[in-house]
Design a protein around this ligand. Structure first.
Ligand code: SF4
Length: 718
């Protein structure tokens, strides 16, 4: 293992390059954590094109989490009330294979589910698809990306004919107007925000618009902050479009020659006069007009969004309504312009490439497309008809399948649904009923491990070689630079071993992850995400490569003409045109009422990552955010007699939780905010998702984790 290794940060979808050195590299003093334990030294990789040497607190401290609370050996138990006993890999895999076969032949393959993660490397994702969809014959593979950006995927597919974010990070420094909606970029995608912020500061003409019910640290820096009421995004976007149309700020040539559906869209815009929109959204008419003016006057408009748009019962409609604005003004396929979805997980993009959702197949193909199924069946060498024609169970549908007894095996890998799923009481009750749960992870304990029958120790980032793709389609090799603890093994190796034991020897011949990746890229040939020019060897030699990177471009790693998708303004739809969509807002699935008068919105903090499986074990990040809290506007705090720091009982129709109050004008009246990071392992009765509901977008299946109705009361028995 070399002295220093270039790799990718394993936290968020920004995908910053890291350079990692051993605790005592190059004759230096040993690098140690706060307890004196030697740890690997991490710094930003200046040569990485996405981050240019920048790194946030999570990336900088990641090595502190690598050795703590690691799973080192497989464990099993017959029922949840029994203790785990340590077993060999042979015994654990034997039990899994036997159960898979039994369930497959008694209940059918559709009773088998796997719930994976954007923490997977692309090789893990790809082998899991082959095992579930190609060999076992069920599309019941879903990932935690379902909770994160599946509405963006559905929106891109419906508007452009294919998934894939058209812009790239260079556009952050080329735009004239950045429109940030439903994203606290400064905290959740800090290095993307650093790049944008520098550009905004240096160039007086550049406008920054932030749409968010909270005055976040992102909103603090904006030229215009639109603190809309939760659930009014479509009203706002249609209102801006109404004003653009009225002002004639359109690109009629682009609309006529490159799009379809504009006439119908223009008709619905008539119903969005500024007075009505401002009233519905709870903003000033002047601010709405300013937003439309900034957009209309700018040569290059870049929109950025993440979960504030996606985690909604009308998430796909929101995404498409935002894309409409880009289409009517031809703000796409050009430097500094385009609709840019930021992914949460480090390799959520790789998951999309590999088909890692219940509706997808590898190479940006769709389960519902018969031709796509046939292509993949042939490629994998499995019989025609093996890939089921129905979309598999989404994450939440796996939970409801446990409730009804339709799910016989649930295999959870690299994710923690006992904290991150909505309606946690119901989620946990369903997990308790599971007849057979396999939990494959790097860490123990976690909240989800409580519900497992078999636990498999997984090698994590730093201990296995594979690739990850960040939000701007840049693929980075992440080489192994440490040995996995104990008997931990890479996820893809575990899936392949199970596949071989099930009798699919031909499908899993791989000696290493480079061979897996080499097979995977072949299935992307001639697709929007063509990566046939990428290999482990080339990534090692040349560094990160952005796709598309087709084989014929192989002499140039990052050809400038392929930096942005759709720069020729042709789209992968049957007629080559992008599609407008005409939506009216349906509002929140659970609006407030006199019994539950507040809208709870949930989100993330700068130093923590998801359910704290890593950051909860790092001193610096836990000191930064030691406790959960609830943000309440001073007006409501006064009405309820709550002082800053006092405990507040929060109730929804599904559950309750308690948080210390943080009284602040940063949250709009009528709305309260709770961070989602605290599960039962880290705090008592402070789970944000005890309160949330599972109502999901009908197109994307993404639950509305961003809004539910709650009641508040001061705790008097504390
Ligand atoms: Fe890692 Fe994201 Fe921070 Fe970059 S911005 S260092 S990818 S957590």
């Amino acid at each position: 293992m070399s002295e220093s290794t270039k790799t990718l940060c394993p936290y968020c979808g920004v995908g910053c390059g890291l350079e990692v050195s051993p605790p005592a590299a190059r004759g230096q003093a040993t690098h140690r954590d706060s307890q004196g334990t030697p740890i690997w030294k991490v710094k930003g990789d200046r040569a990485h094109p996405s981050s240019e040497g920048m790194v946030c607190v999570k990336g900088a401290t990641v090595s502190e989490s690598l050795s703590k609370n690691r799973l080192k050996a497989p464990m099993m138990r017959e029922s949840l009330d029994r203790p785990f006993r340590r077993v060999s890999w042979d015994e654990a895999l034997g039990a899994i294979v036997q159960r898979l076969q039994t369930v497959r032949f008694t209940q059918g393959p559709e009773a088998i589910c796997m719930y994976g993660s954007g923490q997977f490397q692309t090789e893990d994702y790809y082998i899991a698809q082959k095992l579930l969809k190609g060999c076992l014959g069920t599309n019941n593979f879903d990932a935690n990306s379902r909770l994160c950006m599946s509405s963006a995927v559905a929106g891109y597919i419906q508007s452009f004919g294919s998934d894939g974010p058209p812009p790239c990070y260079d556009d952050l420094e080329k735009t004239d107007c950045a429109f940030l909606i439903g994203t606290n970029t400064a905290e959740c995608h800090p290095i993307v925000f650093n790049r944008l912020r520098k550009h905004h500061k240096r160039n007086k003409h550049v406008k920054l618009i932030v749409v968010d019910p909270r005055r976040t640290s992102t909103a603090e820096t904006a030229d215009l902050h639109l603190a809309i009421k939760p659930g009014t995004d479509i009203d706002l976007l249609n209102g801006i479009a109404h004003l653009l149309l009225k002002a004639g700020d359109l690109n009629t040539l682009f609309i006529d020659e490159c799009t379809s559906g504009f006439a119908q869209y223009a008709q619905i815009l008539e119903h969005y006069p500024p007075e009505m929109v401002a009233d519905r959204c709870g903003i000033a008419i002047e601010d709405l007009e300013t937003a439309a003016r900034y957009w209309g006057e700018s040569d290059r408009v870049l929109s950025l969004w993440s979960m504030g748009m996606n985690q909604s019962s009308e998430g796909t409609a929101k995404v498409r309504t935002l894309i409409n604005l880009h289409l009517m003004t031809a703000q796409i396929g050009r430097p500094g312009a385009g609709p840019f979805s930021l992914t949460g997980q480090p390799n959520a993009m790789g998951g999309r490439e590999a088909g890692g959702l219940a509706n997808l197949l590898p190479g940006y193909r769709l389960v519902k497309n018969a031709e796509h199924r046939r292509e993949i069946e042939q490629f994998w060498g499995v019989p025609p008809g093996r890939i089921a024609p129905e979309v598999g169970r989404t994450a939440w549908e796996m939970i409801t399948g446990l409730e009804t007894g339709e799910v016989g095996v649930l295999w959870i890998a690299a994710t923690n649904p006992a904290v991150s799923m909505p309606d946690l009481e119901r989620t946990k009750a369903a997990l308790r009923r599971s007849p057979f749960t396999i939990y494959q992870d790097a860490y123990y304990p976690t909240e989800t491990a409580e519900f497992a029958h078999v636990i498999l120790p997984a090698a994590q980032w730093s201990e296995k070689t594979g690739v990850m793709t960040n939000s701007e389609r840049t693929v980075t090799l992440c080489p192994a630079f440490r040995r996995p603890p104990g008997q931990a093994r890479p996820d893809w190796e575990i899936f392949a071993e199970v596949g071989r034991r099930l009798g699919f020897r031909e499908q899993f011949p791989f000696a290493n992850s480079a061979e897996v990746y080499a097979e995977f890229v072949r299935v992307t040939r001639d697709r929007v995400c063509d990566m046939t020019g990428i290999s482990h060897a080339r990534l090692l030699e040349q560094g990160p490569i952005q796709w598309p990177c087709p084989l014929e471009e192989t002499e140039i790693a990052n050809p400038p003409n392929l930096k942005r998708l759709y720069s020729d303004w042709r789209f992968p739809t049957p007629d080559g045109r992008a599609r407008f969509a005409a939506y009216h807002s349906k509002g929140l699935a659970e609006p407030p009422n006199p019994d539950y008068p507040f809208v709870l919105t949930t989100g993330r903090l700068y130093g923590h990552w998801h359910t704290q499986t890593r950051t909860g074990r790092i001193e610096k990040t836990t000191k930064m955010h030691p406790n959960p809290f609830i943000e309440i506007h001073p007006r409501h705090a006064a009405q309820l007699g709550i002082a800053d720091g006092e405990m507040v009982e929060v109730r929804s129709r599904r559950g309750h939780a308690r948080f210390p109050a943080k009284i602040t004008r940063a949250i709009a009246p009528g709305t309260v905010f709770v961070p989602m990071h605290w599960g039962a392992l880290w705090a008592d009765n402070a789970e944000a998702n005890a309160l949330t509901h599972p109502h999901a977008c009908p197109d994307s299946g993404q639950p509305e984790l961003k809004a539910c109705a709650v009641a508040l009361a001061k705790v008097t028995d504390a």
